[in-house]
Design a binder for this molecule. Structure first.
Ligand SMILES: [Fe+2]
Length: 129
């Protein structure tokens, strides 16, 4: 995966995330097979996290450890949310708050900083080639 494709991947992650979020919230309201969508979200983002982590390693991203720690925390919380939905202990408000925090706290901050870093690396490489 190169920097152009990671930028595309970040953008598509956001779109997919928002679509799944809406779908999930509707299903929570209907109380039908909601955990299946949370699991789909979990698997999708584990793959996305792996791609990002490979790129961070490849380009010696200075905040690698912190970013990976953040991915692990998000995965753990998502897994807990899924368990809570299955047992009925997680409310609609809790899921919505988690999703919003994820979009604003990680995708729109940490991932964008990473995207800019990769873009800068690519620009520097292009100049020296
Ligand atoms: Fe990330």
């Amino acid at each position: 995966m190169n920097t152009k494709s990671v930028t595309k991947s970040l953008i598509s992650s956001m779109s997919i995330f928002l679509i799944l979020q809406i779908k999930l919230l509707i299903q929570i309201m209907m109380r039908k097979k909601t955990h299946l969508n949370v699991l789909a979200l979990y698997h999708y983002f584990r793959e996305h996290f792996k791609d990002e982590e490979t790129l961070m390693k490849q380009y010696h991203y200075p905040d690698y450890a912190e970013h990976v720690k953040n991915h692990e925390e998000l995965s753990k919380k998502l897994s807990e949310i899924n368990d809570g939905i299955v047992t009925g202990e997680t409310s609609l408000d809790e899921v919505a708050e988690f999703m919003q925090n994820w979009v604003h706290g990680h995708i729109l901050e940490e991932d964008l900083i990473l995207g800019k870093f990769l873009h800068r690396i690519k620009s520097e490489k292009t100049l020296t080639e």
